[in-house]
Design a protein around this ligand. Structure first.
Ligand code: RIB
Ligand code: CA
Length: 326
């Protein structure tokens, strides 16, 4: 069964690979993309997304521009992580396509009606658009089949702060609205994404593949590897956003637990922390109304990386180029 997929992105480097994987995943039909201020501003995210979809042969997928800033705080550009252009400073050609006239929030609400109960949303940037959609029409929650969020952390700390992951930390108020909403959701956080790394050997394989999607990945990944090497001493970069797409396509790639989860918005040192309560009955007693989230705590790293590598180098779905991972 193919699921209709809407992605909400802040295209950046790992977002780009996630988009390529989505187009190459036969379990998913990418029917729209919304952009949000995060790695880059939403206009640049739309330009980068259009470029990626053009390379992937998915020019027909609409790209709608969303929120230009978080709900409460101003947006702060973090250009050094994904490059000033969001694509590893590779000066990609200007895409032929243009963003939709429709905004990302209205695109989300429209698609939720058109695919009521079946729509899969993969959110791989700050959750501002999702929160705005929930505020504009709270009934959207019941029409979302599954929401997969790349964000948060349970055990392994943060990347934007000691206990704050970037997508949640850019807009904690939006994240609190989304995680409090009655939506079937899965959180793919740093606990699992940091176990899914690729390196220069992958870049070389992508570059030699002859596949335009893999060649684009090979072009933009070196900057990301430089940043990881400079900040962690390890020249291997996490596939945060591609893992979220892979989980939408093959949920069995991760092991999850359904747990009460709240987003901290007031903590001086913990603002943007995803507070997961694993105390069982005591959690239910202390916060009986806490909404639950399926939190990914384990990942089949090798199965995911094999799937990512084979799909990025095997041409469009149905193309007999690569041998699909088991
Ligand atoms: O923390 C990782 C997340 O922040 C990824 O979505 C990456 O693209 C950045 O947006
Ligand atoms: Ca992202």
């Amino acid at each position: 069964m193919t699921h209709p997929l809407l992605m909400d992105v802040d295209t950046g480097i790992d977002d780009a690979l996630a988009l390529l994987l989505a187009v190459r995943s036969p379990e998913l039909e990418l029917i729209g993309v919304g952009t949000v201020a995060g790695n880059v501003d939403p206009q640049l995210a739309a330009t980068n997304t259009l470029r990626v979809l053009e390379v992937a042969g998915a020019n027909d997928v609409p790209v709608a521009i969303g929120a230009a800033a978080p709900l409460l705080e101003p947006w702060a550009d973090v250009g050094w992580i994904h490059g000033e252009d969001g694509m590893g400073n590779t000066a990609q050609p200007t895409p032929t396509g243009a963003p939709s006239a429709e905004g990302a929030v209205h695109q989300l609400l429209r698609l939720s009606h058109e695919h009521a109960g079946r729509l899969v949303i993969v959110a791989i940037g700050p959750l501002t658009n999702l929160a705005l959609a929930l505020r504009l029409d709270p009934t959207v929650a019941a029409r979302i089949g599954r929401l997969v969020i790349m964000g948060g952390s349970v055990r392994d700390g943060g990347n934007r702060g000691a206990w704050t992951e970037a997508n949640i930390g850019v807009d904690p108020e939006a994240a609190a609205i989304v995680f409090d909403a009655p939506v079937a959701r899965t959180m793919v956080g740093l606990d699992v994404t940091m176990q899914t790394r690729i390196d220069d050997a992958d870049v070389a394989m992508f570059a030699a593949s002859g596949d335009p999607a893999a060649e684009l990945a090979a072009a933009i990944l070196p900057h990301y590897l430089d940043v990881y090497e400079a900040t962690s001493g390890i020249r291997a970069c996490a596939m945060h956003d591609p893992l979220a797409v892979a989980v939408a396509a093959r949920p069995s790639l991760v092991g999850t637990r359904r747990l009460p989860l709240r987003v901290e918005t007031a903590g001086r040192f913990t603002r943007g922390m995803t507070v997961v309560d694993q105390r069982g009955p005591r959690a239910a007693r202390d916060d009986p109304d806490a909404p639950t989230t399926d939190v990914a705590l384990t990942v089949d790293t090798e199965a995911f990386l094999a799937l990512l590598r084979s799909r990025l180098t095997s041409g469009p779905p149905g193309a007999v180029r690569g041998i699909e991972a088991p």
